[in-house]
Design a protein around this ligand. Structure first.
Ligand code: UN1
Length: 510
């Protein structure tokens, strides 16, 4: 399918308004953003970003819609999300292609991202009939105590370029069945995929007469994110991106005592034990390190390898890196596509020069590719360095295919190295030894939000709660009971007797 056809199907014009309330596009009023593809450097289309004033109107509409939307029974809201899942199934191919072309991930991964949206839609539909609260036994006679979950209001969603559509769906589909309305600030680096999503859901919203404002979109940069974070009309801001961005969002939301759900940087490690199945380990490490050109928050950045298998494993890795095809991600024979833009390439080069300065030893050299097929200037070579964990550059997340390797001899030491970074998103151990695996998963083991055995650090399923500890921000989204973040809990006590006993045995008579 040619890109022009993709744009046509998804309703992308040459110049698009970057602000919507659901089914209606507004005059966005901000600056023009040109979206260039990192695949070939060509201009795909342009978008007018949202001005502060338009942002304000979108939030007002979301507030108004909330009054009505919360009156819809949750399973009815789920039915709308079910139809969105269907619409995504129909549009999987063009949307997956656009994700791949605008962001630069492989077509397989672009389609995989849309699949995550479909999966979370199915999950949210089921959830719409399972927003359960607990009941408790009251300490007073003839009293009933229980808790229920109410919608919060307007949820602000700030998403990143690397998962330009899936992360929005994890948040919004769950928030909708919970009865919230959403305002989405998509990444200014991938505005077209956001516009495409808005067009897809608009059809479903129209057909179901969903109140205008349930899904607002504002394309914009940092200023819009700042407005959203400081906006007391938005009880919850869910933000995905760098730790630096998350600290700013967290501080602004915290200053007004709002809620923030933060899903920030990772510095994910795989421990390769002497008891590992080295073939499985190799594939897991390879996909984790070079998949999405190292631009997942779950990307494998560090390998902590047992000294007994260190040399053999390093050899396998180097051989595998030699086999990697770097090039157009829409071409199936390629494993590694481009970085998102030239700034990302500069960050990659900066990290390489820091590695040299800080004494790291090169195992597989990096570099920027040029020539035919690499005209965008965004293609870089995945590289490997032997490092020590305490080097400042190793402690830092660089969004690029840089893999750091180090040695260990005792499991405790490997776990200590793994945990000894500021971030705490994803982690894994490769071992067939049951004691090692269990120790790793115990409270003495990984300190991350995600800890896997014989699976890499990336590619988490939507059914689990996704997120991490420490500088990763502590938020959880997607599956399990993450929905609770999008609702407010209310504890209710009902006295159905004919006296008024007080709790804690207190007597109060007049
Ligand atoms: C992200 O990079 O922000 O686990 C999300 C994974 C994907 C999600 C990554 N399912 O790699």
């Amino acid at each position: 399918m040619k890109i022009n056809k993709v744009l046509d199907i998804l309703g992308i014009n040459k110049l698009n308004e970057g602000a919507a309330t659901g089914t209606k596009w507004l005059k966005a009023g901000g600056e023009k953003i040109d979206s260039y593809s990192p695949v070939d450097g060509k201009l795909i289309a342009s978008v007018t970003a949202s001005s502060g004033k338009t942002y304000d109107n979108v939030v007002k509409q979301a507030q108004a819609a909330f009054e009505e939307w919360r009156m819809w029974p949750a399973p009815k809201r789920g039915e709308v999300v079910r139809q969105i899942g269907e619409a995504l199934r129909k549009n999987k191919e063009p949307l997956g292609r656009l994700v791949s072309y605008e962001m630069g991930k492989s077509l397989q991964e672009g389609l995989g991202e849309v699949q995550e949206m479909i999966d979370i839609a199915d999950f949210a539909v089921g959830l719409s009939r399972q927003l359960y609260g607990l009941t408790m036994h009251s300490e007073r006679p003839m009293h009933r105590m229980y808790e229920q979950w109410h919608p919060l209001g307007v949820v602000g969603i700030i998403s990143a370029f690397n998962f330009p559509v899936a992360v929005w769906s994890w948040n919004s589909f769950v928030a909708w069945v919970c009865g919230d309305t959403c305002v989405w600030k998509s990444s200014e680096k991938t505005p077209l995929t956001a516009i495409a999503c808005q067009n897809i859901i608009a059809e479903v919203f129209k057909a179901n007469k969903v109140p205008e404002g349930v899904c607002g979109l504002v394309v914009g940069g940092r200023e819009i994110g700042e407005l959203m974070s400081a906006d007391p009309r938005i009880p919850l801001v869910s933000a995905t991106g760098s730790t630096r961005m998350g600290k700013a969002v967290g501080a602004a939301v915290g200053a007004r005592l709002g809620r923030a759900l933060l899903e920030l940087g990772g510095n994910n490690a795989i421990i390769v034990s002497e008891h590992a199945d080295l073939d499985i380990a190799l594939r897991a490490c390879l996909f984790g390190a070079v998949g999405t050109a190292g631009q997942r928050c779950t990307t494998t950045r560090r390998l902590i390898i047992h000294d007994k298998v260190y040399d053999a494993f390093k050899k396998k890795l180097v051989a595998a890196y030699k086999q990697l095809n770097i090039g157009d991600p829409l071409d199936e024979k390629n494993h590694v596509g481009p970085l998102i833009d030239k700034d990302a390439v500069n960050n990659y080069l900066h990290a390489i020069s820091e590695l040299k300065k800080q004494g790291a030893k090169v195992v597989v050299a990096g570099g920027v590719l040029d020539g035919k097929g690499y005209e965008s200037g965004c293609y870089v070579k995945p590289c490997i360095y032997e490092v020590s964990n305490d080097m400042p550059i190793v402690q830092h997340e660089t969004f690029a295919p840089l893999l750091y390797i180090m040695k260990y001899s005792k499991l405790e030491e490997a776990i200590r190295l793994q945990n000894d970074v500021p971030q705490g998103l994803s982690s894994a151990i490769m071992t067939l030894n049951m004691r090692e695996a269990e120790q790793y998963l115990s409270h003495m083991g990984s300190d991350c939000g995600i800890a896997n055995v014989n699976i890499g650090t990336s590619g988490a399923e939507i059914g689990g709660a996704f997120g991490g500890e420490k500088e990763t921000g502590g938020g959880r989204e997607s599956g399990s009971d993450s929905w609770k973040a999008y609702m407010r809990r209310q504890t209710n006590t009902i006295n159905w007797g004919n006296t008024l006993p007080l709790a804690q045995g207190i007597k109060f008579t007049v």
